[in-house]
Write a protein that binds this ligand. Structure first.
Ligand code: ZN
Length: 154
C-alpha cells in the first residue's frame, strides 16, 4: 500500500516507524560554523519518512539560525547534521550504499537487487527507483572521476 506521506505531519510515536529528531551536531557545541556565534533553535521541519535497511524512520530535522545579526546564517534556518536520506529521495543513505555496491562491485541487475533487498531487508522498492539510484551512482562516480582528472591536471 502506498500512502503519500510527504505532506502530512506524523505522530511521534508509532508502531510503523521510529521517529528520530536530528539536533545540532554535538561537535559544533551550538556554534555557527561560519562566524562562531551561538545558534538559536527556530523550529523543526514536518518530518520525512525514510525507508532504511533497518525499517522506517520518521526523520525530523531541528532547524537553527545564527544569533549574530551580521552573519548570513542569521537570515536562514539550517542544520548541518548528517541525514538518513540522501539528496531529496525517500530512501535511506544505507539503501543507496547497498544498491551502489551491488552495481559497482557485483554488476547486479536491478531485478536481482530488488530480490536481495526484499529477501535480506524486507524492503519493497520499485524497479524505477533502483534505476534512478543507479543513475545517481553513475553521476557520483563521474563527479569523482572529474575531481581526479582535476587533480592530475593541477
Ligand atoms: Zn554566524
Amino acid at each position: 500500500m502506498m500512502i503519500n506521506y510527504i505532506f502530512m505531519k506524523r505522530e511521534t510515536y508509532s508502531e510503523d516507524y521510529d521517529t528520530v529528531r536530528l539536533s545540532y551536531p554535538l561537535e559544533l557545541d551550538n556554534k555557527c560554523f561560519v562566524c562562531g556565534n551561538d545558534v538559536k533553535y527556530q523550529y523543526s521541519d514536518d518530518g520525512k519518512l525514510v525507508h532504511t535497511l533497518k525499517g522506517e524512520v520518521n526523520q525530523v530535522v531541528n532547524l537553527y539560525s545564527c544569533s549574530n545579526k551580521n552573519c548570513a546564517m542569521s537570515k536562514i534556518v539550517f542544520n548541518p547534521s548528517p541525514r538518513f536520506d540522501y539528496s531529496d529521495r525517500h530512501f535511506g543513505a544505507d539503501v543507496f550504499r547497498f544498491i551502489s555496491n551491488e552495481f559497482l562491485l557485483f554488476s547486479a541487475k536491478p531485478s536481482q537487487i530488488i530480490k536481495r533487498l526484499n529477501y535480506y531487508h524486507q524492503l519493497d522498492i520499485s524497479i524505477d527507483t533502483v534505476r534512478r539510484m543507479y543513475e545517481d551512482v553513475l553521476k557520483l562516480k563521474s563527479k569523482k572521476i572529474d575531481e581526479r582528472t582535476k587533480e592530475i591536471v593541477q
